[in-house]
Design a binder for this molecule. Sequence first.
Ligand code: SF4
Length: 335
Amino acid sequence: MSTQPIISMQGISMRFVKPVDTAGKIANLLGAKNEPEVVHAVNNVNLDIMPGEVVGLVGESGCGKSTLGRVVAGVYSPSEGTILYNGQDFHKMGARGPTLETLAVQMIFQDPMASLNPRMRVLDIVGEAPVAHGLVDKKDMQDHVAQVLTRVGLDPVYMRRYPHQFSGGQRARIGIARALAVNPKFLVCDESVAALDVSIQAQVLNLFMDLRRELNLTYLFISHDLSVVRYLSDRVVIMYLGRVVESAPVQQMFEGPNHPYSQALLDNVPTLQNRKQRFSTIKGEIPSPLHPPSGCHFHPRCPKAGPRCQREEPKLRQLAPGHFSACHLNDGGTE
Ligand code: SF4
């Protein structure tokens, strides 16, 4: 395995500014001092992903995992930090439009119906980007699309149909085909099977694993479904309120999570029979990223919190090869 990460996230932060709403503006005219609020969606994330690896990124909704995925895929430019693709600044490479390198990173979205243009035929949905970017001649588009559709298990005979003429599972495959059509090396999959029935999910997950083997792909697989992450991933990264709190090889993470948040999250790993129980063991709501708690963001919900947790942010520390956790309990205690 190469020692250079295919993706290296270095100090990635992403903030969104929430403008003052109309009521706030009117109040300001009357002397109030409402200011735009800042959502701290992702906060100083450092993460390397090696070629061929499948990294599962998990956390409750609102933890920043989808935002981080979009930054990695180039959908958002980070507020701070750099993404390196094979050692080169990914966002600078794409500043003047897509290049072969930026096309090598593709994103597969959760809801294929929302992400596929309903007025376009599958032929154009899948064939448009490779032709537009000069990867395939217009005259070869049909053959290229047929090849990609076959690879994802769809009959090319249906390439002139529209998305609504396919089932949910088939639409998920069309979304995967669209990403594969530009010969990617790295796929960001954001809840890519969440909208599917369990039996169809299993088929699409198997397709992801087959494609990984056949095309030597690397995945960042974002999911709130721990059973999916456990099945697919080599390594699991857990986020809480914009920060990475623990990262470990999959077996180590599921058999011996270190961080109290990971322990609560994995305490009741759902099986196929009780999948609805996700995250039910953690007390309290995830706080708003508009006003994250001081120190360790998890302290209002943590059963092991002490005074230090409120005032000091814990740093990620290596506990074993490849196993990192950010908790004061690993570093002198919580007093
Ligand atoms: Fe809990 Fe403190 Fe560790 Fe945060 S640092 S997880 S609050 S013990």
